[in-house]
Ligand binder design. Structure first.
Ligand code: AP5
Ligand code: MG
Length: 210
């Protein structure tokens, strides 16, 4: 059986893109805490209303709220997941280990890239409003402007991909990534990916490390 996967990396480093390919090609299940939180905002649930401003300002939602949401949306005893966007700090890493993964086998990938390259990627990202497919005006353009190549639904731009919010998200990442990498580095579980490579090369590197 393949291991559960944990994807770490800065905003825009390519976690969601690679997760999408692993879902379609290797039958992984993708659980992205950012997607779960955005779904709560779209539903206008009490949780969504509480976190909306925090996300749109590029700050982190509190650890317990995100952990509870994640727990309600995954079951590692029956599926192989890609955990995307959780953990974001060493406290969440400990929570994931103790309260979700337990003794199951997992592998951690770190999407390593110079943060200066990411603002451009993020402000040019477009996402399908229906199937969630991820595109980019510069590096992964769609065939017909504004329309998803896969399901023909309209594309949208994430609210937190505005330049000022992007800056804040990158700062939050800079401030939290050190202890997170130390946590997994000291366990000897960390695979570093060169996230400046092409979509295909990164995918090949992930698969060769499974
Ligand atoms: P979340 O949705 O997780 O956003 P993120 O971590 O900031 O990551 P992104 O989704 O922006 O980037 P990605 O790595 O998935 O890149 P992608 O593949 O799309 O979180 C959003 C917010 O929710 C947080 O800010 C926080 O408020 C809250 N939140 C979520 N989890 C939380 C938690 N655990 N605790 C607390 N708060 C939490 O690619 C980006 C673009 O680059 C695309 O356009 C893509 O086409 C392009 N691209 C990808 N790969 C390549 C490549 N190799 N070459 C060229 N272009 C590429
Ligand atoms: Mg993502």
């Amino acid at each position: 059986m393949r291991p559960q996967l944990v994807f770490l990396g800065a905003p825009g480093s390519g976690k969601g893109t690679q997760a999408g390919k692993l879902v379609s090609e290797l039958n992984y299940s993708h659980v992205s805490t950012g997607d779960l939180l955005r779904a709560e905002i779209a539903k206008k649930s009490a949780l969504g209303q509480r976190v909306s401003a925090i996300i749109n300002e590029g700050k982190l939602v509190d650890d317990q709220t995100v952990l509870d949401l994640l727990k309600a949306n995954c079951d590692v005893s029956s599926k192989q997941y890609i955990f995307d966007g959780f953990p974001r700090n060493d406290v969440q890493a400990q929570m994931l280990d103790e309260q979700i993964l337990g003794k199951v086998q997992y592998k951690v990938f770190y999407f390593d890239i110079d943060l200066d390259l990411l603002a451009n990627r993020l402000t040019n990202r477009r996402t399908c409003s229906s199937c969630g497919a991820i595109f980019n005006l510069l590096t992964k353009p769609v065939k017909k402007e504004g329309v998803c190549d896969i399901c023909s639904s309209p594309l949208i731009q994430r609210k937190d991909d505005k330049p000022e919010t992007v800056e804040q998200r990158l700062n939050v990442f800079r401030d939290t990534v050190g202890p997170l990498l130390d946590f997994y580095g000291s366990k000897g579980d960390l695979v570093k990916l060169d996230a400046t490579q092409s979509f295909e090369e990164i995918y090949k590197n992930i698969v060769s490390n499974l």
